[in-house]
Write a protein that binds this ligand. Structure first.
Ligand SMILES: Nc1ncnc2c1ncn2[C@@H]1O[C@H](COP(=O)(O)OP(=O)(O)OP(=O)(O)O)[C@@H](O)[C@H]1O
Ligand SMILES: [Mg+2]
Length: 175
């Protein structure tokens, strides 16, 4: 469903599966990979292999203010790309009139999916929080099922977010 000009804001704690989702979006869009979790690169353009839009993958973990986002000049590519921003909550919403907010929630170990942790956007650790991103086992959450919260913001996603949700649930999507 994604098209040029779309902005997706991806939230979720360390190791929630944000980059993994971006990798799948890249495959769906048929762009040049690999989509990785870079240590030093904040924004990377993945050119389209076919006729679709490019994918701009941003990891805003190290950014702490919308002014720093401005410095990336993301708006230069926004109109002709699909832009996905990890840790983008509270930082990049000013870039577009519409965006899809995707928050991946991991249940606490042993809790299963019956209980949703309260860690949503804006709570807990996040962009600019103290400490370095772990590289060891502490960020390996294993194969626990995730809960994915989709919230459409603005005109573009008012209806489209419902279509994504229906698609994920296997319900036929009517445009
Ligand atoms: N839906 C999923 N179900 C089970 N495991 C998953 C899922 N998505 C990702 N994983 C696994 O979780 C681990 C972390 O995934 P990933 O690097 O995508 O997380 P992230 O949210 O981008 O982390 P970071 O906060 O460091 O950017 C990987 O080992 C990945 O294979
Ligand atoms: Mg990541």
């Amino acid at each position: 469903m994604l098209r040029a000009g779309d902005l997706i804001v991806l939230n979720g704690q360390l190791g929630a599966g944000k980059t993994t989702l971006v990798r799948g979006i890249g495959e769906g869009l048929d762009v040049r990979g690999p989509v990785t979790s870079p240590t030093f690169v904040i924004a990377r353009v993945h050119p389209a292999l076919g006729g679709g839009p490019a994918l701009v993958h941003v990891d805003a973990y190290r950014l702490s203010s919308p002014a720093e986002v401005d410095d990336l000049d993301l708006d230069a590519d926004l109109e002709r790309s699909v832009t996905v921003v990890e840790w983008g909550g509270g930082l990049v919403e000013g870039l577009a009139a519409s965006w899809l907010d995707v928050t991946i929630v991991m249940p606490a170990p042993g809790q299963g999916t019956g209980q949703v942790a309260t860690g949503g956007p804006g709570s807990g650790s996040g962009p600019g929080s103290a400490g370095e991103r772990g590289t060891g086992d502490e960020s390996d959450p294993g194969d626990e099922p995730r809960i994915v919260l989709l919230t459409g913001r603005g005109e573009r996603w008012a209806v489209a977010a419902e279509s994504v949700r229906a698609g994920l649930l296997g319900v036929p999507v009517s445009e």
